[in-house]
Design a protein around this ligand. Structure first.
Ligand SMILES: [Zn+2]
Length: 141
């Protein structure tokens, strides 16, 4: 599968099993899965969520959604803050309608946290960076 580096946007081809080793980007050598939100697709979503050793927080959003746009910096800031402790994925619900349907997304933004492949927390609507970090602290060590 391909994971786009959140730092330099290079596409990295890797085996799903390598997710748990927290690989670095082949192009810029920064952590491929940490420090900034990753764009998830139907191709890589399930592998990342299932193989990750740390919780995975997913932001289901869309480009036309105002609250999603305003929430994006809070999500990016948390990805940096919890680098190494949680993976932050973004799913564009227009581009990835199958993923949106699978997770019964009825309004956006919707945030779902997964641990070892299972959904553990779910939240609807945008919030401040502080509120969001507090929510993440609830399930991240
Ligand atoms: Zn890179």
């Amino acid at each position: 599968m391909i994971v786009q580096c959140p730092h330099c946007h290079a596409g990295n081809r890797l085996e799903a099993e390598r997710i748990k080793d927290a690989p670095n980007c082949g192009a810029c050598h920064q952590p491929l899965l940490f420090g900034a939100p990753i764009t998830a697709t139907a191709e890589n979503f399930a592998s990342i969520v299932k193989q990750s050793k740390v919780p995975v927080v997913v932001d289901f959003w869309a480009t036309w959604c105002g609250p999603c746009q305003s929430f994006a910096p809070a999500f990016a800031s948390a990805a940096q803050h919890f680098s190494g402790k949680a993976i932050f994925l973004k799913v564009d619900t227009d581009a990835e309608q199958t993923l949106a349907a699978e997770h019964k997304i009825r309004s956006i933004p919707t945030l779902i946290a997964f641990d070892r492949g299972q959904p553990i927390e779910r939240l609807n609507g945008a919030m401040s960076a502080g509120q969001f970090k507090a929510w993440v602290m609830g399930f991240v060590d």
